[in-house]
Each structure stands twice: as structure tokens, then as C-alpha cells.
Design a protein around this ligand. Structure first.
Ligand code: NDP
Length: 246
């Protein structure tokens, strides 16, 4: 089955890459099931997709809560009959040197970026096994490939997810599960808005993101590309970044 007709659940669908992915996949004929904490935005997006003839549903999801991921998967199955793909996209970034000892920020990144993916796996894997097929797509980062100062912990969480996906892949060679890690470079989204407390530094980061970052729809197209592959083809890793990114 290609993207058309697939049921795709997306975490972090209220903005940026997640929202663009929802719009794009729905336009290609997928039924999308959206999760995030800002339900006002999710409801707007569902209405927008339905107004253009697409199929969508949404529920409040905080990925740090395992039960919320169960609810997302249950919504997909109850509303659309199955779950073909889970896009683990929700993520946060805190920028700062390790020596700043932002213990709270470190915990938040581990909870959302890593444990949030594990909670999604816990919810989706039994459904994939029951159906005999399923695809996990996670949004990692080029920060995990080229480690830069001030992003060490963020990069660590993203690399942990890539490691997890590769381990899961090796445990799942019976043809039931496909796993994909997408690593975007700079993308123009709200990600950096809460990434740093110092207003001057924040403005600097926002400015360079606005100048260099690519449109989130570029990542949405990459996600559609990996989902669109025939069942016996798995794209394991895909990197997508601005042409001018160092
Ligand atoms: P945004 O800030 O626009 O989107 C982040 C999304 O994650 C929001 O929808 C937000 O929804 C959701 N989210 C955050 N915390 C939680 C939570 N606890 N539970 C559920 N949802 C949560 O940024 P992006 O679109 O850029 O980020 C998407 C992914 O892409 C992230 O994993 C990020 O790390 C990754 N990425 C981004 C890059 C970039 O340059 N922008 C580069 C590389 C990777 P809400 O607040 O409503 O819950």
C-alpha cells in the first residue's frame, strides 16, 4: 500500500514539521491522527484537512505520559480501522553548554525526545504485530550527526533514538515492522522559541534559523517518501538539511 489509504498517527502535530506532515500526508490520501498538547491547534488542523476532503482526527497527547500514546493509537484503530504508521515527531530543544547544568532542561529533553518515542513504541508495536505490518518513523536530527557545542544533550537524546530504532530493526527482520529515522538539519519552526532563556541569544538563534532554515514541508515530503515505499522496502536513515548548512 502506498501513502494513499494508510492510517498515520503523528505526535507533535500542532506546529512545524508535524503539522506540515499532517497536511501533506492528508493531501496524498492518508488518514491522519494527530496528537499534541495544544488541542486548539489540532482542532483547527483537523477542520482544515476535512474542509479540503481529507480524513483526520485528533486527541490531546503529552508524550511523557504512556497512556496518552495508547489513546492516540486507540483513536486511529477505532476511527480508521488500523494503524499503518506512527510518526514520532514531538520534540523539544534546550540550547546551552553542559557546564550550565540545566538539569531541568536535560530531564525534559530525555522525557520528551527519548521516553516519548519509547511510549509510542509501547503503544503501537502490539497493534503492528496483530496486523502483521507497521512502520515507525522517528524525527531525529543532524545535531546527532555533527555534534556542536551547546547542543550536546539534545544531540544525545536524538542519537539515543537512532540507536533504539536500529536495535529494533535488527530484532524485527520477520517483515512485520519497518523503522526509519529522519534527521533534519535547520528547519524554520517554533522549536528554538523556547530553547534558550536569554532573550538576546534567543533572538540570535531565531534569526539564523529564519535565514538558513528550510520549510517544514521539505521534511514532510521526505516523510511521505519513506512511507510511500513498497512493503518490502525499508528506508532506515534519511538526512535532509539546508544546502548551505555546514
Ligand atoms: P515545533 O516546536 O514547531 O514542534 C514541536 C512539536 O512537539 C509541537 O507540535 C509540540 O506540540 C510537540 N511537543 C512538545 N512537547 C510535547 C509533549 N510533551 N507531548 C506532546 N507533544 C509535544 O518544532 P519542530 O517542528 O521543529 O520539531 C519537530 C521535531 O523535529 C522535533 O523532534 C525536533 O527535535 C525535530 N527537529 C527539528 C529541527 C529544526 O531545525 N526545527 C531540526 C532537527 C530535528 P505541543 O506544544 O502542542 O504539545
Amino acid at each position: 500500500m502506498t501513502t494513499h489509504g494508510k492510517v498515520v498517527a503523528i505526535t507533535g502535530a500542532s506546529s512545524g514539521i508535524g503539522a506540515a506532515t499532517a497536511r501533506h500526508l492528508a493531501s496524498l490520501g492518508a488518514a491522519v491522527v494527530l496528537g499534541a498538547r495544544r488541542t486548539d491547534r489540532l482542532d483547527q488542523l483537523v477542520a482544515e484537512i476535512e474542509a479540503t476532503g481529507g480524513q483526520a482526527a485528533a486527541t490531546r497527547v503529552d508524550v511523557t505520559k504512556p497512556d496518552d500514546l495508547q489513546s492516540l493509537v486507540t483513536l486511529a484503530v477505532e476511527r480508521f480501522g488500523r494503524l499503518d504508521v506512527l510518526v514520532g515527531n514531538a520534540g523539544i530543544a534546550r540550547i546551552g553548554a553542559v557546564a550550565d547544568l540545566d538539569v531541568e532542561g536535560w530531564s525534559a529533553m530525555v522525557d520528551v525526545n527519548l521516553k516519548g518515542i519509547l511510549h509510542g513504541i509501547a503503544a503501537a508495536l502490539p497493534v503492528f504485530r496483530r496486523q502483521g505490518s507497521g512502520h515507525l518513523v522517528t524525527v531525529a536530527s543532524t545535531s546527532g550527526l555533527k555534534i556542536v557545542p551547546t547542543q550536546a544533550v539534545y544531540a544525545g537524546t536524538k542519537n539515543a533514538v537512532r540507536t533504539l530504532m536500529e536495535g529494533l530493526r535488527q530484532e524485527s527482520t520477520d517483515g512485520v515492522l519497518r523503522t526509519t529515522s529522519i534527521s533534519p538539519g535547520y528547519v524554520r519552526t517554533e522549536l528554538v522559541d523556547n530553547a534558550v532563556d536569554d532573550p538576546a541569544v534567543r533572538e540570535q538563534v531565531q534569526q539564523s534559523m529564519a535565514e538558513l532554515g528550510i520549510d517544514p514541508m521539505a521534511v514532510a515530503r521526505a516523510i511521505a517518501f519513506v512511507i510511500d515505499q513498497p512493503d518490502d522496502v525499508e528506508i532506515g536513515d534519511l538526512t535532509i538539511r539546508p544546502t548551505r548548512q555546514g
